[in-house]
Design a protein around this ligand. Sequence first.
Ligand code: SF4
Length: 322
Amino acid sequence: MDIQTTMLTSLRKLAEQHTIETLGDRSDYLGASEIGYCPRKVILEKIHPGEHDLATLLRFQRGHMAEDIIARLFTAAGYSNFNRQVEIVLSGDVPLKAHIDFVFTSQVRKMKSILEIKSTSRIPDGPYSSWESQLYIQMGALARQHPDYSIKGAVLTLDLAHGEVAFFNGYEPQKTIFKGLMERAGTIWSDYQAILRNENIDPKTEVSPLCGFCDHISTCPRFETEDVPQMAGAVQVLQELQLRDKNLQGEIKKLKKQLLAVVEQKGPIKSGGCFLRKATRSRKHLDMERLEAFLAESGTGIDEYQNDRTFSFLEIRKAKAT
Ligand code: SF4
């Protein structure tokens, strides 16, 4: 068995174990973290849970690691007034559970503070709406369970690869938002139950850039036709970023050229807390002319040593007006 297969099998086993220990059977209830996502995706994942690939499983492990780091960090800082993986079952028509990463309690101030940890590969400019929905459900659930406490909420985001963090703080329970989210949960749950009864229901779809990570995109009605106007925002943002990147690369190149010209004339200098000097490196390169001549003499050619390797990328072309 190769290392990738061993990793995949073991990580799947670990993920299953973790789900059983912390979340139980997710087909029996709706989790607070699911309410903010596309309803169709949530429902279909309960009915046909797909097998996660290596990248997704590693991301899950990264999430657990981030939580463990934060727990160790608070313990080292002398905090002991917190509980991890707090489960709250919300009463009502919909079987709804909230699993909260950290709940800090101050008995003196009669306050409970939720801290939700998110591990990402890039720190976003602001919290995602699905994170906020989850937080509002968690705060509402905690407020119901502890009506004599004031409740606060925050999201701590970690980018473990680049060592960056962002703290989105200052959330408090909002009755109207909580009510709206409970209604949304009710619709998702009743559509889910109807599909289980084989009723012909088309659950609501919400197109977003996260559709690329959805296992049910191939059957999604929103992607049936070629035109998906809901993705226009993401395409526009990408094009603007690419343009900014191009301009930025031009600026960088220009400044580098100017500074190189200075050190070429003057020699090494110190400026802005940095040393600047002209550096020269050599890189080996193939002398193709000589190589081709040599191969031709041996009765062969360069083509015989060239293989095709496929790779994928996003191609964006201007669409013809219809
Ligand atoms: S592809 Fe997008 S809209 Fe369709 S089900 Fe998946 S997440 Fe929802």
